[in-house]
Design a protein around this ligand. Structure first.
Ligand code: UTP
Length: 474
């Protein structure tokens, strides 16, 4: 776009200040800056200023109408339950037919963990110190072998961590996966603004842009051509998960089966909340539509509300595990539909250039980031399905450097899971009151990634390894 027109557009949108240092830039810097400016949708930002900055950004829900969302409870033994057994059969058939792709959203900044690299590179397993990406790759490879099928893996990065993520896969020969089946794409960016809605300069020729949230994956999958590639490969189901949860059961035939049988456009796993105020979203129904209400938006009395039998009323915690239908993603992310995800605001500390052109690192939040959340797609999905998952087997996120949801808790949960598998196979292994063994053990997903596969393979071993500290079963 011509420079003068661009300048006019920015000026009429109240963003003319971004040109303050323009004349100090050299030709290459000017071109890069103009390219950045051209990508900004000024109309979208104007709408967000009106709704999220000036308006009341708190979600106005009529809580009196809010009901908990129904879900398929997890039976004592899935293999013995007729409905779950049928779902598994349908799911396995679809996996063998090559209808499923895996998809990790890995574009976040992981600030809470404070790790100076893409989060997927974080080393998390108790014995071998494998990274999160390594664990996921082995789970996908193991399922591909088990079902005799190619399972493509989509990886969404952001402009901040894309190069480092791709380089890591190259250095590790894609962890044994066929590189054609690993599809990287970057998510979109949104300009950050100050409290007046003005863009923030981080350099004389650069506006602060931040990733547009995990919900940005819908647009990014369409814009990048990833969805078209899945269509070309005859894939209609996407197993969505987050980069911070190494326990996730990525290729789960039960979940896929329920999704297909329910003709669902978006399915979700719920995990019962560990305690009333646990910081997870809540699966609810409002005006006949399923939705996720964040813990921060749900009043305490609702978080703690009980049924007549004493059980928690809003018990279904959202753990960001979904199956998405590809046509649904195209509908929401393709840009031609009126259905699109809303933005939310997040107040952050954003370094900025002061009036003398010097970079200042603020002590407290001075700016706003705009993000979309993938679970906001739920009210727009036809026939959504929710099934219960088992926390101990499927969910232990690495969010914080220490304490709750940290590498320490996640390693403990992995060890407890491996100890349960050994016990199920008839082995004796000493554990504490939380089920955590005193010794370090690890099972490679290439050996087994669930209890029944583990028991079968363990029993088939001619010589079993000694159960002692540092045991790695591969
Ligand atoms: P989180 O909400 O934990 O955010 O992301 P984060 O940015 O990774 O971490 P903090 O809040 O800075 O500590 C949940 C999942 O969504 C992905 C993350 O990579 C993670 O898998 N995500 C988040 C994106 O892919 N893009 C985003 O813009 C935000």
């Amino acid at each position: 776009m011509e420079l003068e027109l661009l300048r006019q557009n920015f000026e009429s949108a109240g963003q003319g200040h971004v040109f303050k240092y323009f004349n100090e830039l050299d030709e290459a810097e000017k071109n890069t800056f103009l390219k950045q400016l051209e990508q900004i949708d000024l109309r979208e930002i104007d709408e967000l200023k009106a709704t999220l900055l000036k308006g009341n950004s708190k979600i106005a829900l009529d809580f009196s109408k809010l009901e908990p969302a129904p879900f398929k409870p997890l039976p004592q033994n899935r293999a013995l339950d007729e409905e779950w057994r049928k779902a598994k059969e349908v799911g396995e058939e679809a996996i063998r037919a090559g209808r499923l792709a895996a998809f990790v959203v890995a574009g976040g900044q992981g600030t809470r963990l404070g790790f100076n690299a893409p989060k997927g590179l974080y080393k998390i397993t108790p014995v071998m110190n494998k990274s999160l990406f390594n664990v996921f790759a082995e789970k996908i490879l193991s399922a591909s072998r088990k079902y005799g099928v190619r399972i493509p893996w989509l990886i969404m990065t952001s402009h901040i961590n894309d190069a480092a993520t791709r380089a890591y896969f190259e250095e590790n020969s894609f962890f044994g996966l066929n590189r054609d089946n690993v599809i990287f794409f970057t998510q979109g960016l949104m300009p950050a603004v100050d409290s007046e809605g003005k863009f923030i300069l981080e350099d004389k020729g650069k506006i602060v842009m931040t990733p547009d949230g995990h919900g940005g994956c819908l647009r990014a999958m369409c814009r990048s051509g990833a969805i078209a590639e899945l269509d070309r490969r005859g894939i209609d189901c996407i197993s969505y998960f987050q980069v911070d949860n190494p326990l996730v059961d990525i290729i789960d035939p039960y979940f896929l089966g329920f999704h297909i049988l329910g003709k669902s456009e978006m399915s979700s796993k719920m995990i019962p909340k560990a305690y009333p105020s646990e910081k997870v979203g809540h699966f609810c129904v409002l005006d006949g539509k399923y939705c996720v209400v964040e813990y921060s938006d749900l009043p305490k009395e609702y978080q703690e509300m009980r049924n007549a039998d004493g059980s928690l009323k809003f018990v279904a915690g959202s753990v960001a595990i979904h199956i998405l239908d590809t046509a649904f993603v195209s509908k929401l992310g393709g840009g031609s539909s009126t259905m699109k995800l809303p933005f939310h605001r997040a107040d952050k500390k954003i370094p900025y250039l002061d009036s003398d052109g010097k970079l200042v690192k603020p002590e407290k939040p001075n700016g706003v980031k705009f993000e979309m959340f993938v679970f906001d797609a739920l009210p727009m999905a036809k026939s959504p399905v929710i099934i219960e998952g088992a926390r101990a087997d499927e969910f232990s996120p690495v969010k914080n450097a220490e304490g709750l949801d940290s590498p320490q808790t996640c390693k403990k949960h992995q060890k407890a899971q491996f100890a349960r598998w050994l016990k199920a196979a008839g082995e004796n292994i000493e554990v504490d009151s939380d089920g955590v063994p005193s010794i370090n053990v690890e099972v490679s997903p290439l050996f087994a990634s669930n209890v029944s596969d583990f028991v079968e393979r363990w029993k088939a071993l001619n010589t079993k390894p000694k159960i002692s500290d540092g045991l790695y079963i591969a």
